[in-house]
Design a protein around this ligand. Sequence first.
Ligand code: 8YV
Length: 319
Amino acid sequence: ATNEIHLLSMGQMMPAVEKQLSESFIVHRTAERPIDEIIAEHGAKIRGIATRGRDKCDDALLAKLPKLEIVSNFGVGYDSIDVPAAVARGLVVTNTPDVLNDEVADFTVGLLLSTVRELPQADAYVRAGNWPHAPYRLTQSLRDRTVGMVGMGRIGRAIAKRIAAFDVPVVYYSRRPQADVPYRHVPNLLDMADQVDTLIVIVPGGPETKHLINAEVLKALGRRGILINVARGSVVDQQALITALKDKTIHGAGLDVFADEPRVPQELIERDNAVLVPHVGSGTHHTRARMGQLVVDNLRSWFDGQGPVTPIPESKWPR
Ligand code: 8YV
């Protein structure tokens, strides 16, 4: 009987996902109609939300949906959802863990190599017709580096495994040491930044990690420093990073995420020592399809009375 259930879909997902949602639910899409209109007409009936990480799911929205039971998030990161508010309202929140680990890890290695070896800049050099005049400049290397992982969760582990396979030493910072990883834990981020020359940021977003990477950490990373951020823009103090890139406090940065997406400050765009990509870490047909399927499966399973497939830990499921 799930096809009588009203759903709010925020932000467009892949056609195959939208098709499955339409097959199982009565779907109201913010992509097709202003959200205020949808809520005014159907707010009292909406029992589920499908959302992409980009739309704010705050308490003001939740308060307008008295029949809401579940928020199904497209993405492993769910910092756009006010989780304490959702939990207080007894809602179940689901995300899309694991299905993107290897994809994001592959991508991170690519972004790291692009940043260290300046692949986008070298590509631009060829296209600009500069090669006949002079060979491209020599670059930094991965060979003499130590990578400090900021975060050692599911994706962090997949990244570290790849870096280690490159014979590059890996250490990590996280609040607690992880029992089952072979890398050395450094309990203090500033200490780790001091000990390494390359940071890969892969922690959840949200208030707890806001501006974890600040001016002090960048200074400790030092002049050869490379910062890779594939987590959330909020984890890095973007203005401090811009300053550090400008005055060469660090060597360079590879960024998939930004403080105020999709806006990228002109000061970053002008930097030749930054590789900038538009939040595409999980962005392949293969992996986005798997993420989308989990969004659908969580909603179907919930409304079939089978419980959520991948609830976030804060949902405390089963209850
Ligand atoms: C986004 C991501 O969710 O999974 C995450 O946390 O950052 C991405 O996969 C994706 O861009 C959807 O908007």
